[in-house]
Design a protein around this ligand. Structure first.
Ligand code: WTA
Length: 629
């Protein structure tokens, strides 16, 4: 994007009842924000003081662009804050996790139970030779054991790399390989809409030829239990038997890595975003408490899978650091009927509900009669994440689900940022279509390509100007890629999103400035889908674009040049779809495939996806001076 462009801003706003603000942790947002940015170190230090550390920091922050250290030389273990702190301070028998499976099965786990299970699994991992710094890949369905495995890694200082259970074998293989995972923790199957999806066989394919994987730990949830064959396979619960009950937390430096989480990039393979123990803990704890305004009696339901950053931060680490009760569920929103989620809200008195615009738009389509059948009166705060919450969806969410009394937080953030960066604090005026203003401690702006702020109403690049505790520390095996985030626009952190600000400082996200697609709230790199397509024997070249979709945000369209000797056919399209599904998983499947004879390219041979997109949408392709022909 070279020219600035103007955006018309709808300024309608909604104001929650004044009591929301009076009763909130944050109180007045503007006051909290101004104080936080006057002295960010003091701000974050105050937050860190609320948590437990083995040893406190020498300095709050060390910033040598583009590298930041937070809570320098502090010693800690995040699980002490997520578990021990509660078990030994009055929350021992408080419910930590409520799980509802795809078939309606329930499990309720208290803090004491979670603490015990985590320590036993941690000792089980140790018995397999896992230690500090080793990478453990977790590829599981949404079951409590997924969270137990994550926390067990953190307990012993192993670095988890959770891969969403919907990914296919190639996606899993490349992530295992990049992280050089020593262990893969998986399950026999996940359940979805009453159907069994085999996970273990995907792992088997993914580890063929792996030089790093030593053991595969398998949770066997299906009856009859699947057999384990090769020597490297062990049962999830068996490794927990005969081990010590207690597992002392590993003493971690605040800057030690806590996890790697892969996210799609513009080009090339997925990037392994690395987060550090201390800063990540402080950032997720702060935002869970202050943005969701989480209170002792709350029941929080974040509908994401822990396999995404949203699940890491707002199912696992943030809420558990707060000692909250969290609901997790393997269910899909419309199975067995479109009332299941609302039924669960009523059944478990959910107070804080966090979901994605794509789900909200689906519910809108299904009709108000579904939520209206249930008592949603327990709800207090509603959240949204993953893509812009368009004004129609905002209004529906506000009126039909929140009954015009719940604040709605459209939270903008990224795998890389670790925590919420922009949203509207509870009790502040909400503007549909806008993510909102920066979280206290965050300095965000909309700028041109030189880093100069653009005036309100003019589109530009969204940047973060100052480091924050839960920022990623590097891209695993690719520090160069990390530096690019901080080196492309005037030494600011460039998020890769286009945005516009209004007169009040509210920021609206306009979409990605690169070739990342957001399909149903999931980041998908066009490059990844293209390389999956090209790996099929009939494909010579492939280009993938996102087309605006009323439900999914983007839908994927693929343009394919066939190899000599192959003719376009419907059957081929199905083969290609199946191929992408097996390679990358169902979320990356194109909705449309078109066979073409050529693709628009630059003289240097790069596919110009924006030209394809403009053609597709009947728009002006902009500057095409670099086009080959
Ligand atoms: C997009 C998810 C608009 C954005 C937490 C970002 C959003 C990418 C919003 C990160 C939002 C996320 N409004 N766009 N509220 N939230 N995005 O890493 O393009 O899976 O850069 O993190 O999703 O996706 P990721």
């Amino acid at each position: 994007m070279s020219d600035n462009f103007d955006v018309k801003l709808d300024t309608k706003s909604y104001l929650p009842d004044p009591s929301v603000k009076e009763d909130s942790w944050m109180g007045d947002y503007e006051k909290a924000y101004d104080e936080s940015v006057k002295d960010p170190e003091a701000h974050w230090e105050k937050v860190a003081e609320e948590l437990e550390w083995f040893e406190k920091w020498d300095r709050v922050r060390e910033w040598e662009h583009p590298y930041a250290k937070w809570f320098v030389n502090a010693k800690m273990n995040i699980t002490c804050n997520c578990l021990d702190r509660h078990v030994f301070n009055g929350r021992k028998n408080k419910v930590a996790l409520i799980w509802v499976g795809d078939d309606g099965e329930e499990q309720v786990i208290t803090y004491r139970q979670l603490y015990r299970e985590v320590m036993r699994f941690a000792n089980g991992l140790k018995s397999l030779g896992v230690g500090r710094g080793d990478r453990v890949c977790i590829y599981m369905p949404l079951v409590p054991e997924q969270i137990i495995a994550m926390l067990a890694c953190a307990r012993i200082g192993a670095v988890h790399s959770v891969v969403f259970g919907g990914f296919g074998s190639n996606a899993l293989r490349s992530r295992i390989k990049d992280a050089q995972a020593k262990i893969v923790v998986t399950a026999d199957a996940s359940l979805r809409r009453g159907k069994r999806l085999d996970l273990k066989s995907i792992v088997d394919e993914a580890v063929v030829g792996s030089s790093s994987v030593e053991k595969i730990v398998v949770l066997r949830r299906m009856k009859p239990q699947m057999e384990l064959f090769s020597e490297i396979e062990v049962d999830f619960y068996e490794i927990m038997e005969g081990v010590e009950k207690e597992c002392e937390p590993e003493v971690m430096d605040a800057e030690d890595p806590l996890f790697i989480l892969y996210t799609s990039g513009t080009t090339g393979p997925a990037k392994g975003i690395v987060h550090a123990c201390g800063g990540y803990m402080v950032g997720t704890y702060y935002t869970t408490k202050n943005m969701f305004d989480l209170k002792e009696g709350d029941v929080m339901w974040c509908t994401a899978d822990p396999g995404w950053i949203t699940g890491h931060s707002y199912i696992v680490y943030g809420p558990l650091a707060m000692g909250a009760t969290i609901l997790i569920s393997e269910t899909t929103p419309d199975y067995p009927d479109p009332g299941v989620w609302w039924d669960m809200i009523e059944e478990f008195d959910v107070t804080v509900f966090y979901t994605a615009p794509t789900a909200i738009r689906m519910f809108m389509k299904l009709g108000e009669e579904w939520p209206n059948k249930y008592n949603l009166g327990s709800l207090r705060v509603l959240g949204s994440v993953g893509e812009p919450l368009n004004p129609e969806a905002f209004e529906w969410y506000y009126r039909v689900i929140g009954k015009e009394k719940c604040p709605i937080l459209d939270t903008w953030w990224q795998t890389e940022t670790g925590m919420h960066m922009l949203t509207t604090a509870v009790g502040e005026p909400m503007k549909p279509g806008f993510a909102g203003r920066p979280v206290p401690g965050i300095v965000a702006d909309v700028v041109d390509e030189n880093g100069e702020p653009v005036p309100p109403g003019t589109g530009g690049f969204l940047v973060i100007k100052e480091p924050w505790p839960s920022m990623m520390r590097t891209v695993y095996n690719n520090d160069e890629r990390y530096r690019q985030y901080w080196n492309s626009i005037n030494n600011y952190y460039a998020a890769g999103d286009l945005a516009v600000k209004d007169e009040d400082g509210y920021i609206m996200i306009l979409g990605r400035s690169d070739d990342v697609l957001i399909v149903a709230g999931h980041n998908i790199g066009s490059a990844e889908v293209e390389s999956a397509l090209v790996s099929h024997e009939v494909v010579a070249e492939a280009a993938v674009i996102g087309k605006p979709d009323p439900l999914k945000g983007d839908s994927i369209k693929a343009f394919i040049i066939l190899r000599m000797g192959y003719e376009p056919a419907e059957k081929l399209k199905l083969d290609l779809l199946y191929h992408v599904r097996m390679n990358l998983g169902p979320i990356a499947m194109p909705s449309e495939i078109e066979f073409v004879d050529s693709l628009p390219k630059t003289r240097s041979g790069k596919i110009m996806r924006r030209v394809l997109k403009a053609q597709e949408l009947g728009m002006d392709p902009g500057d095409v001076s670099t086009l080959e022909e």
